[in-house]
Design a protein around this ligand. Structure first.
Ligand SMILES: C[S@@+](CC[C@H](N)C(=O)[O-])C[C@H]1O[C@@H](n2cnc3c(N)ncnc32)[C@H](O)[C@@H]1O
Length: 308
């Protein structure tokens, strides 16, 4: 479908642009012959070339369309292939620093220049959040991305029979859960710094005639407000800002629904204690197939907590 719409978009905008620019050239020729005419023509053709180059590169490289930077490209393979492979070989016991060192060794054996190795290691050590945002935008655009594209099952069970209200999808990704909640009558707000994810969610919502209130920002930039939400969802994500800021946005009687891996925090039960100010209605750690994490079977936290 994407290829077809790109192909169908080619002829008409391009021929329209050509017709338009030649009309302009005619008008210019009549009014201002001589050197000014040639200067303006050169200006027009340069401007046309720039516009066409931008249109072409955006259509041919959709992965660049959401601000992904070429200098972060290496991280995609590092994240999807290298680091998981090395961790698996070492029973998921390595620290980040140990994985970085193994990556440097691999790059050296591949003949990559020392300056490039140093550049990548510097980014890995200092630009983690930015690399991750860039990574997620690319991941949501990748048709082979290996995560559960269907709504989270635990969320579906927890909202079943509950009166729809106002929900916040925290770190909403490409909107699989936002779309589900909106489809069963919830008013849904959501945010995620991965622009491509938010754009995909909005596109799907429009196709389904649903409304989502989204922002392509990280939590530190989001305006949570006070007592706005009946439900705050953390699906394979967690608060990266002080939790009080988030819980202040929950209405009295509102709930937090969370599912994530036990590896999200170093201490196995730390996630539970994060929600100590709330009444815990449901808490379990189960071994099950993850929606994320390469869809491996892992220890999963499932939690529902209610504000008094
Ligand atoms: C594993 S994905 C889960 C996405 C979605 N909740 C789902 O279940 O499909 C984690 C998401 O958290 C987002 N994220 C990471 N840091 C964040 C932050 N500081 N604030 C908001 N979202 C963040 C990422 O961009 C990514 O889309």
């Amino acid at each position: 479908m994407k290829a077809a719409s790109i192909a169908s978009g080619w002829t008409s905008p391009l021929s329209g642009w050509r017709a338009h620019s030649s009309r302009c050239a005619c008008a210019l020729r009549l009014k201002a012959p001589g050197r000014a005419y040639f200067d303006r023509r050169r200006l027009w053709s340069t401007a046309s070339a720039i516009v066409l180059a931008v249109v072409f590169s955006t259509l041919l490289c959709p992965e660049r369309a959401f601000g992904q930077k070429p200098e972060y490209e290496f991280y995609y393979e590092y994240r999807t292939v290298f680091s998981d492979h090395v961790q698996e070989q070492n029973h998921w016991s390595l620290t980040n620093e140990q994985v970085f060192e193994k990556y440097a060794d691999k790059l050296r054996s591949d003949g990559v220049a020392e300056s490039e190795i140093a550049r990548r290691l510097r980014l890995l050590r200092t630009e983690h959040a930015t690399l991750e945002t860039d990574f997620y935008s690319r991941y949501y655009l990748d048709s082979n991305a290996n995560f559960n594209h269907a709504p989270n099952r635990f969320l579906m069970e927890m909202v079943k029979g509950r009166q729809p209200g106002v929900a916040l999808d925290y770190g909403m990704g490409q909107g699989r859960n936002s779309i589900y909640l909106a489809s069963i009558g919830w008013q849904v707000w959501g945010f995620d710094p991965a622009e491509a994810g938010v754009a995909i969610a909005q596109k799907q919502a429009k196709e389904l005639g649903l409304i989502l209130h989204t922002s392509a920002v990280r939590d530190s930039e989001y305006d949570f407000g006070k007592e706005r939400f009946d439900l705050i969802l953390f699906s394979w994500t967690m608060p990266f800002v002080p939790v009080e800021k988030v819980l202040g946005a929950l209405k009295p009687g509102g709930i937090v629904v969370m599912e994530c891996g036990t590896d999200f925090l170093p201490n196995r039960n730390a996630m539970l204690h994060l929600f100590d100010p709330l009444e815990i209605e449901h808490y379990e750690i189960v071994r099950d197939k993850a929606d994320w994490e390469g869809r491996r079977v892992v220890d999963i936290i499932r939690l529902v907590a209610k504000k008094q």
